[in-house]
Design a protein around this ligand. Sequence first.
Ligand code: FAD
Length: 439
Amino acid sequence: MKKYDSVVIGGGVLGAFVLRSLRRYDISCILLEASGDIAGGITRANTAIVYTASDNRPGSLKAEMAKRANENFHELCNDLGVRFSRCGSLMVSFGEKGDEVLRKKLIQGEENGVRGMKIISGSEAKMLQPLLSENVTTALYSPMTGTVNPWELTIAAFENAVQNGAQAKMNAKVIDIIPTDEGYEVKTENDVFFAKTVFNCAGLEADKIHSLVSNDGIRLSIDGADFIVFDKYAPKPDMIIFHETENGKGITAVPTVEGNLIVDSPPREADNSFDTTSEGLDYIIENLNKVLPELDTKRIIRSFGALRPNPHKPDGRSIHSFCIENPSPGFYSLIGIKTPGLTCADEIGKYLAGFAVEYLSAKINEDFDPVRKTGDHIGGEIICLCENITKGEIISAIKRGAKDIHGIKRRTGALMGKCQGSRCSIKIKKILEEYNETL
Ligand SMILES: Cc1cc2nc3c(=O)[nH]c(=O)nc-3n(C[C@H](O)[C@H](O)[C@H](O)COP(=O)(O)OP(=O)(O)OC[C@H]3O[C@@H](n4cnc5c(N)ncnc54)[C@H](O)[C@@H]3O)c2cc1C
């Protein structure tokens, strides 16, 4: 049986950052991921926003983490070699009820120490973002909001953890956990791993993993959201636009670091599939017409669905804070970490590593290097014409762990352009086949 100080279950953004934070200390660790690659769960489909703390209750762990995470995001992305845009945001409303919510968010944000926020009029908002509707009555301007590519961030954190000595195993679905006197036997279909501490970062499956060692009855219910993507060359706002409706959150439009615009729907019911729903997509189009009426919907190039795990107690009451549980010594569960989980991933990683340090009496790893080595950019034939991605870059992505075209997309940006892979996906599949044959 392979023995470690820590096993991390799940290779989403949280597992990747927990793994990286553990390597800041002299802690031997391995990440076990059920699928063939990392960043394929909730992390691959979300709104990509680096939030300020203006949405969080003052004094809460979320507010504390979001503020610190937001302020440190530039440095984090510099270390990891990841694109980050502090584009700022405007939360817009269309009447007194929404205006009032914006004023409350300003007070809450200021209480949480968020810098630079202010209320502006609808006409000032339109001057800042000319594509906005002239019916906007009020806007909350927030210069600290930003955006990052979620899978780029996850892959970078994971690679940096591995460069610092962490191990990882793909296609390693955890199916059982047996507590022992010294720690835990973590069983996958083919292996058993022993660890003194276990970090359950299994996303949509986190409640099931948790229930292997705890009968506290915390469960997840799943809802979803829909997204549309505009091509890079479509005229678009250059700040994030949040839409506050009479009934709460409406659409959110985000100019991504790749140059596209993504727009999401509010939460809707989901049946555990990442498929889109026609109601969600119709909602987006209808509300885009209200908020950003001059956007050209003929420039939409794709849509995708997302799943969101909501933690609740056995009696059905929702858990609104980050649900971080310690059901037995050395076992830590992240159950249903919702927004701003992406923003706070590094903070959550450090927080959990802090428990491990105490539990294991671990020392600082003096050799830890937070800077990811990104390797050479290799050229060769251009394979993805929309995004200018070369054969060399695709081979480098395969060497870094990409197993299929999704892994290539997440590591290179190929297939994300206007043609959405219709010109290059066959070529990329061929390179994958050729490379795998030579192994
Ligand atoms: C619609 C939506 C929008 C969001 N927008 C934002 C945003 O704009 N900003 C922000 O800060 N946050 C946002 N979030 C929150 C953020 O996306 C999540 O907090 C974060 O992605 C959760 O990552 P994770 O690592 O917990 O889960 P995942 O990414 O799902 O990773 C879990 C991993 O565990 C693996 N796994 C599952 N079971 C097992 C098993 N038995 N054995 C081994 N591995 C297993 C899965 O295969 C998966 O790879 C959003 C969330 C949603 C749903």
